[in-house]
Design a protein around this ligand. Sequence first.
Ligand SMILES: [Zn+2]
Length: 435
Amino acid sequence: MNGFFWPPRPQHVVRTVALSSPMLSLELIEAIREILCRVDALRSVQACSDTDTHVVNELKKSIATHLAEVSAHLQDSDSRTAIGYIAEGLMGSAQFASMSQAVAALDERELVAHVGDLSTWLGKSRKTFSSAFFGTPNARLQHVSDCVDEHFTKALEQLAIDLCAPLQVVPHCSYKIIDLFGIAGEANYFPKHFAYFMPEDQGVKYSPVKRTIVFANTYRNLFEEIAVQQAPLFNWQASDLPAGEELEPYLITWFRGHDLGHSIVLEGTSFAQLSKHDRWGSMVIQEALADVFGFLLSVDEAISNRVGLKPAQMVRVYVLELLRYLLRGPRQFPDAGSAYIQLRLLQDSGVLDCKNSQSWSVDTDLFAQAMRSIAQALIDAALKGDLARFEAFISQYCPHRLAGEESDFMFGLPGCDVTLGYTQEIFEGSVNAIQ
Ligand SMILES: [Zn+2]
């Protein structure tokens, strides 16, 4: 094992999805390809026990030269500025943090790029490793996410009333939705992320400027290739679920809601206090809060009407996503632990029936009400600054604190060994490129 796959499994079934190259000039695509090759080389050098700094410096210099070529072929000023900052951050560690923050503040219209060290999965390693990704902005889905932002204040007021909790919001990050077309280094190892939190994932903590970069095509593929595998468990037919382009607004609305959900607090909330008590438990419960707030925002009337979401379809998509997260390993990922908590509470509330391991059912009409009750339980346990309640909750519901095998927390379902892999047109000829 060379750190390619995580978590350890007897086998990994790699389901490949194609990343097609965008309509950008051939010279631009070629320069990006050269960068990706060198980033792969840098990641390999980092795996050596005696890293050769001369080789690293030469590779970085060469990447900087190709970044200058990329910049020269861009029309959009923010895209060009970002490439300049990325090159500076790559070459000089002193400027790295400020350059990363400066990129997060931009709004690129042509090309969104990252070249530099990234952390991927907390359980895999806390270190950062050489990575690069390139994508083009997805205006259609950016609009969906912007709709959620537009209605967020009003929706939060309604949530505060519904949940009888004086919810507040702390500064949150912006959102950039892209279609990924080129990726290399650690970020191209397994499993794939569909979102990066910048500059935090670059190792820059407590940045006043934050931005989530979402790979819309990867996210859709995770649903279509993995989550949907559980649809027969509920006997859901194709017409019960949104498909193709119709699916994406459901995923993006919920996920933007999840991201905004991370910023919803009460007056006495202290995640640092929870983290000091039980770091993993704090992460799990924060993910659960963000998930539940995200779902409740996605069924907010103004938001779902504006985006054009059908509540029953949203519930089905959400349940399949919970199972996708859960089956990756309830103790391996905080968001898988969060999925376990929600599924167990949904089962307790009676809206999820999973007694028969072959046939499950969900009451889509009562689902939102059950999620409001779960939100109240999580608010009591994590947002009120009451450590005794937090401890009581995690010791009852968090898989890492419960006795038993990991398989005991999968509701009788087998774990998922399917993982996404990419075939990248950029490495196999750019048929779409303009000469
Ligand atoms: Zn989260």
